[in-house]
Write a protein that binds this ligand. Structure first.
Ligand code: DBV
Length: 256
């Protein structure tokens, strides 16, 4: 099936916990005049089942995507599987013509609780020119919101090069306590991270051809790492099969 433009409206999934986050992001992108980012029909929406044959749970994975002049691809992977899983994985991939980080959000609800990751992730972590202006503005925002949230615990050392010091990372319990923190800390943190990111996008100026090549190399490393280590691989494989999942991860989610 040929790639086709997907709707620029946020995906509509019944009872999807993370809908307000995607709706906010789509709204916040409007001033950048988003255009269509073509996605194969088989990845725009995929329905399936999980659980036992006797007690199946319906599963849907849906994709939202767009592009703007300075953002090569902005995409959301949206999973709704009732009490089994509810996920919004949202990544903005900048054009390598601009010295910009990635915007990454991983908002995951599993039977064991919520897992929340939010960051402006560097393409070139050890390059001051790339990181300084981002980190000096991000750290106060991180500090404010992370204080209200328990730490998510250690992350793998090999992941270090891809995270900023403003990586907001928490695990929250299901139920009213977690719900309140999502409303009062996670959502406003998501708004603040995205607001800063879109300010950086607005202010970004085109770079030289040499710089472009450096940024592209860094972006390729990041995207290859994310595709190789995608923590959703197991879950998506169970829901939709390994073949579809590999094609989705490499061809849509991390497609640089
Ligand atoms: N993560 C993705 C995509 C997802 C997704 C594309 C389509 O990159 C979901 C969905 N993340 C997802 C799921 C889990 C995690 C875990 C389902 C739970 C896996 C499981 O427990 O079975 C942040 N996400 C994680 C973990 C980290 C991140 C550190 C824990 C990994 C582990 O415990 O092994 N993902 C990581 C990250 C960003 C991100 C930093 C960017 C902000 O998107």
């Amino acid at each position: 099936m040929a790639p086709q433009p997907c709707s620029l409206d946020p995906v509509a999934l019944t009872a999807w916990r993370w809908a307000p986050f995607l709706e906010h992001a789509v709204e916040a992108l409007q001033p950048f005049e988003p255009g269509a980012y073509p996605i194969d029909a088989e990845f725009l929406r995929r329905d399936g089942f999980t659980g036992s044959k006797a007690k199946p749970t319906a599963v849907t994975t849906a994709t939202w995507a767009c592009r703007t002049a300075k953002l090569r691809q902005v995409r959301a992977a949206c999973v709704e599987a009732g009490s089994s899983a509810s996920v919004l994985n949202f990544v903005a991939n900048p054009s390598c013509n601009f010295d910009l980080p990635f915007f990454g959000a991983d908002l995951v609800t599993l039977p064991s609780g919520h897992l929340i990751a939010l960051d402006l992730q560097p393409a070139l972590k050890t390059d001051q020119q790339h990181t300084a202006i981002v980190w000096e503005r991000l750290l106060p925002i991180w500090d404010h919101w992370q204080q209200l949230l328990p730490s998510g615990g250690p992350i793998p050392t090999e992941a270090e090069p891809y995270f900023s010091p403003g990586f907001l990372w928490t695990r929250l319990p299901l139920g009213s306590e977690g719900d309140a923190l999502i409303k009062n800390a996670v959502f406003p943190a998501f708004e603040a991270y995205l607001e800063l990111y879109l300010q950086l996008v607005e202010q970004a100026q085109p770079v030289s051809e040499d710089r472009r090549q450096e940024l592209l190399a860094g972006q390729r490393r990041y995207v290859a790492y994310r595709a190789e280590k995608d923590p959703a691989r197991g879950m998506l494989g169970r829901f939709h099969g390994p073949e579809w999942t590999e094609a989705y991860i490499h061809g849509v989610l991390f497609d640089l």
